[in-house]
Design a protein around this ligand. Structure first.
Ligand SMILES: [Zn+2]
Length: 220
């Protein structure tokens, strides 16, 4: 784990794969090298997405760095394209049923899905893709291991669907002001999280618009 709290994983041996070396702090890189040396060195560095907190250390490890597109297999890890949190986000699935899920699902808290390019629809689709796989353990980019993937994925889907239901019901009631919609659909969150919620709401509004379910006349 880095100081910033991103999980780095070593997978396999002779040589091993390093997943998401998120820090370029020399001491941290040294600890990766030492752990990898016990596994026959580093054969490949894989990234779940291009965000700096997952990729910063990658170029310093002296191995090829790959951020795959999805559909291929690298060193025994099947790559599944899972966009939403980031457009280039992928997850890695081992034959033993371990899923390295980056920021798609977190061990703690909720994943940010910023608006733009149909991100939320893509995100929901990505969750469904993982739900269709046999996964015994999710190794997330942040927080502890997720030992009940089925329940966690269902919780993530339900959470976004709950927001959408609340948003739709406020819209159905004739509400058109963004501030009021936010206060309605995100009434349960602490004040300091409102800016994050406003961003999440934009992703929801974008999804509804793309699906032809957003009425016109929205105001600030
Ligand atoms: Zn990220």
């Amino acid at each position: 784990m880095t100081l910033e709290g991103t999980n780095t994983y070593l997978f396999g041996a002779d040589p091993c794969v390093v997943i998401d070396p998120g820090s370029d702090v020399p001491k941290f890189l040294d600890s990766i090298r030492a752990a990898a040396a016990e596994r026959g060195g580093i054969g490949l560095v894989l990234l779940t997405h291009s965000h700096g907190d997952h990729s910063k250390g990658a170029e310093h490890l002296g191995a090829e760095v790959v951020l795959p597109a999805g559909g291929e297999t690298h060193a025994g890890l099947r790559v599944i394209a899972t966009p939403g949190h980031a457009a280039d986000h992928v997850s890695f699935l081992s034959a033993e049923g371990v899923c390295f899920a980056g920021d798609l699902v977190l061990g703690l808290g909720s994943t940010i899905v910023p608006p733009g390019g149909g991100s939320l629809a893509a995100y929901m689709n990505s969750l469904a893709l993982l739900q269709a796989e046999e996964i015994d353990l999710i190794a997330p980019g942040h927080g502890p291991w997720i030992t009940d993937p089925e329940a966690k994925l269902a919780e993530y889907v339900e959470h976004r669907e709950m927001r959408e239901r609340k948003l739709l019901s406020a819209l159905d009631n004739g509400e058109r002001s963004r501030a009021a919609l936010l206060a309605d659909a995100w009434s349960d969150i602490p004040l300091e999280l409102l800016p994050m919620a406003a961003m999440a709401m934009e992703a929801h509004l974008e999804k509804l618009e793309d699906e032809g379910r957003l009425p016109g006349g929205l105001t600030e």
